[in-house]
Write a protein that binds this ligand. Structure first.
Ligand SMILES: NC(=O)c1ccc[n+]([C@@H]2O[C@H](COP(=O)([O-])OP(=O)(O)OC[C@H]3O[C@@H](n4cnc5c(N)ncnc54)[C@H](OP(=O)(O)O)[C@@H]3O)[C@@H](O)[C@H]2O)c1
Length: 256
């Protein structure tokens, strides 16, 4: 068996930027082969592939709209092709991370279109992409779903987004129950505010928001993607095989 065939294989959605990118790089650093997805910025994806490959692993970038369930069967075929290039038929880890959120959405102004988009990408896509990929996952595999501290702390404009992430928290516990017989663990990582492009980069680029978050964080600053990606990668490591059905906050200590 070649070294590549012995390596674990991860699938990370939304791996071209932010938290997903850091997760891809952290897994690559740990010797995991990675298949990750991007949505519309292939140039970012190419840069992530090149950077992660420098750790000596195989890395594949596949386009995916995580909100379009009708495209998941075709995506599965592309995953099978990538696995075949790795000399494998199955993978080990799934990180449901992809997400978008264009603005804060007060109840008074959130539109049906916005709500449908958030539902499709952040919740429906997580359920059906997992369903689609489960036949390709090894028994004993791991799933991490990415949620948010905002399911626990309410703030203005978060109703639509945080409710769907709250649904992901519940979904994850049920997934853990249903997949237990296959020894597949399912956990949630819930980041606090992270300085990425998310929500128009508001946490990173708006000094008032940045300061507000830092002031409410025990460690006194806003997180960067590299505060979250390594935590996801370490949760997938063998040492954490008995952690199951849990929601783990990775937020530097917020309103504990
Ligand atoms: N940033 C925060 O403060 C924060 C806090 C808590 C939780 N989260 C959660 O963490 C996850 C990652 O957020 P982030 O801050 O890393 O975001 P980000 O920097 O904006 O990156 C988003 C990633 O998701 C992809 N993506 C966007 N829309 C997609 C779609 N419709 N289908 C498939 N992929 C799509 C993007 O691909 P392209 O590059 O091709 O567009 C990119 O790879 C999200 O689930 C978010 O809800 C974020």
């Amino acid at each position: 068996m070649s070294q590549d065939q012995q390596r674990k294989i991860a699938i990370v959605t939304g791996g071209s930027r932010g938290i997903g990118r850091s997760t891809v790089e952290s897994l690559a650093r740990r010797g995991v082969n990675v298949i990750f997805t991007f949505h519309s910025h292939s140039e970012n994806a190419d840069a992530v592939v090149a950077g992660a490959k420098s750790f000596g692993v195989q890395v594949f970038a596949l386009q995916l709209d995580a909100g379009k369930v009708s495209e998941f069967t075709a995506f599965e075929e592309r995953v099978k092709a990538a696995l075949a290039e790795l000399g494998a038929e199955r993978f080990d880890y799934l990180v449901n991370n992809a997400g978008n959120n264009h603005r804060n959405m007060p109840l008074e102004s959130v539109t049906e279109e916005e709500m449908d988009s958030i539902y499709s990408v952040h919740f429906k896509g997580v359920l059906f992409l997992t369903q689609t990929l489960l036949p390709l996952m090894n028994d004993g595999g791991r799933i991490v779903n990415v949620s948010t501290t905002r399911t626990r702390l309410s703030s203005r404009g978060g109703a639509a987004y945080a409710s769907m992430k709250g649904a992901v928290d519940v979904l994850s516990r049920h997934m853990a129950t249903e997949l237990g017989p296959r020894r597949i663990t399912v956990n949630v990582i819930a980041p606090g505010a992270v300085a990425t492009d998310f929500s128009g980069g508001i946490v990173r680029d708006n000094p008032e928001v940045n300061k507000l978050v830092a002031n409410h964080t025990a460690l006194g600053r806003v997180a960067g993607p590299d505060d979250i990606g390594p935590a996801i990668a370490s949760l997938l490591a063998d040492d954490n095989g008995w952690v199951n059905g849990q929601r783990i906050e990775v937020n530097g200590g917020v309103m504990m």
